[in-house]
Design a protein around this ligand. Structure first.
Ligand SMILES: *[C@@H]1O[C@H](CO)[C@@H](O)[C@H](O)[C@H]1NC(C)=O
Ligand SMILES: *[C@@H]1O[C@H](CO)[C@@H](O)[C@H](O)[C@H]1NC(C)=O
Ligand SMILES: *[C@@H]1O[C@H](CO)[C@@H](O)[C@H](O)[C@H]1NC(C)=O
Length: 209
């Protein structure tokens, strides 16, 4: 009786051990599609630091873009956040090399959201230029804010902080909105995620989560 229960228990544990990785290690073309940060629900404001033009004041702010942009404008009155900075010289196609494959659509935890809002955030991030870094603490998603209810998150599955250029985040968000689109109630909606191989990913979803 005891022996039988133990064998059953061992069998159950072995079974779980064998099936659990299959459940969690979702991959497409060898890319790990799991992100603990993206599904954790831990969303913090983005850390944005750097400078707009070389030699100009260095800043380090943490908060939503709509609060940070006016502070940067005080430091750089000439800077127009609605236009890409002239220092943005990186070939847009290069963004594809940082990330793997294509964005995955509709899989990330969260709700579908307006595509216009995702593009709006992407444009602001690109306008910050290549000298500004966007950072997320270990195990969290850093959010740039909400534009038309749409969030752009930098989700960090590493055990240390990740800092990547803000335009790289912005271009990834726009690629997600390009790839993932469905028309719902006459509005173009999107939701998606794009993984880097080094432990972070960009997410576009509704601000609710
Ligand atoms: C930005 O400020 C935070 C909080 O004061 C600090 O921990 C961080 O090291 C700073 N980052 C940079 C790049 O200076
Ligand atoms: C928000 O969405 C509405 C309707 O789709 C659109 O008219 C408006 O321009 C959008 N606003 C921004 C800031 O993208
Ligand atoms: C989001 O859009 C996808 C793709 O069209 C659809 O399959 C899914 O049901 C939508 N989710 C919601 C909550 O509307």
């Amino acid at each position: 009786m005891w022996t039988k229960s133990i064998i059953l228990l061992v069998g159950l544990i072995t079974n779980l051990a064998l099936t659990a990785p299959a459940l969690y290690a979702e991959t497409i073309d060898g890319i790990d599609l799991t992100s603990d940060a993206a599904k954790s629900g831990i969303v913090k404001p983005m850390n944005i630091h750097g400078f707009i033009t070389p030699g100009g004041p260095v800043f380090n702010f943490t908060g939503p873009l709509d609060e940070i942009i006016p502070k940067i404008q005080e430091l750089y009155p000439e800077w127009d956040p609605t236009k890409p900075t002239p220092t943005t010289s990186e070939n847009p196609s290069k963004v594809k090399r940082y990330f793997q494959g294509r964005p995955t659509c509709w899989l990330v935890v969260g709700w579908n959201t307006s595509r216009a809002g995702a593009y709006g955030q992407g444009d602001y991030l690109i306008a910050l230029g290549e000298n500004t870094m966007c950072g997320a603490e270990a195990g969290t998603c850093a959010r740039t804010g909400c534009n038309n209810d749409s969030a752009v998150d930098l989700c960090n599955d590493r055990t240390t902080k990740v800092d990547i250029t803000c335009p790289r985040v912005g271009r990834a968000a726009k690629e997600i909105a390009d790839d993932c689109v469905t028309v719902y109630n006459g509005q173009e909606t999107t939701r998606g995620q794009w993984f880097d191989t080094t432990g972070y990913n960009i997410v576009v979803r509704k601000c609710l989560l």
